[in-house]
Design a protein. Sequence first.
Length: 130
Amino acid sequence: MRVGLMQLKRPLCYLMAILYVVAGTLHFVVPNLYVQIVPPVLPAPLALVYLSGIAEIAVGLGLLGPRTRTYAAWATIALLVAIFPANIYMAVSMVTVEGAPGGGDPSVLTRWARLPLQGVLILWAYWYTD
């Protein structure tokens, strides 16, 4: 029996919410991992890491409620656009993330794959803006 995409919409929303809450929590558990990929032109990297962690937790929790889901989905898109410079910086500057699992030196493929992944994540969030 084939499951339609619309049947997966709600469970995928809950999955997305959990992923953002976990990712946001990690900003507080291991902030140094995230500080290392903040572009040096931005001020107060640790504060930005904490701020983005709060934002990720907030959008994740917002996605759980039907009344807040649309707003949270738009906020998720805005957040993904806001953090995109960190992904670009990581890709082009070949930052070695010290303390990361697996040695901390992501492959070139991994660095560049993060960029189109942002587009996929934006489309996933956009699905819940209706």
